[in-house]
Write a protein of this length. Structure first.
Length: 219
């Protein structure tokens, strides 16, 4: 593997970074990686977060959301910082295209509208199209186990589906990840979302090979 730009002025060797990337591909967290390699935990966490940022940029480029690249990028962080600091009130848009799932944190200015739709107080008809969310299939709340499908009726009854939708499977995987990690920081939520999105959409691929290509790519 060519020398990564993440190693500029690094205190670890290229071989150590390759080991970090390998263990990250196996879905180990920073603490586990640091313990296995005998490297300072803060150092490992710094590189793990840098890898997650690379993944987030990669996922944004392939996102099917038609609201525009700038909206996806900016709202990743601003969507977490609403008036209510609780993570329970953070909402997500879940997009689907050809079995692939993409996520975007709902900006604060749309949170009230989305909550109204989820509670059946606002009709969802035409709202996704008006906001440029034509590929949005569901709205998720960090405080709920279930997601709200935009095909649902106003009284909360679900439209029958022949099989479990990809957005349902993704949400189940992400919820399990939150439990395994015993929660995450609000500031890290966008990057964990994109990492989970990346792993979910590439379950049939060699994650390590994909990560090597992403890490070596230009920002």
């Amino acid at each position: 593997m060519q020398k990564s730009q993440l190693l500029f002025r690094a205190k670890i060797t290229e071989a150590q970074f390759a080991e970090i990337l390998h263990l990250f591909a196996l879905d180990l967290n920073g603490g586990q990686i640091a313990e296995l390699l005998g490297i300072n935990r803060n150092t490992v966490n710094r590189y793990v977060m840098a890898i997650r940022r690379k993944i987030a940029r990669h996922c944004r480029r392939s996102c099917c959301c038609d609201r525009g690249q700038d909206a996806v990028c900016v709202n990743l962080i601003s969507g977490v910082r609403g008036r209510n600091p609780s993570m329970q009130h953070v909402l997500l848009w879940l997009f689907e295209e050809e079995g692939q799932v993409y996520t975007e944190i709902v900006p604060p200015r749309f949170t009230g509208l989305m909550q109204g739709i989820m509670r059946g107080k606002v009709r969802a008809d035409g709202v996704p199209e008006a906001l440029g969310l034509t590929n949005c299939r569901a709205i998720a709340s960090m405080g709920n186990k279930r997601i709200f499908h935009l095909q649902e009726k106003g009284d909360g009854q679900q439209v029958k589906r022949a099989a479990i939708a990809p957005v349902d499977r993704f949400w189940g995987v992400f919820r399990q990840r939150l439990v395994r990690m015993r929660g995450i920081r609000r500031s890290s939520l966008p990057y964990h979302l994109k990492e989970c999105e990346f792993r979910f959409n590439n379950t049939q691929q060699d994650i390590l090979t994909l990560l090597q290509a992403i890490v070596e790519s230009e920002a």
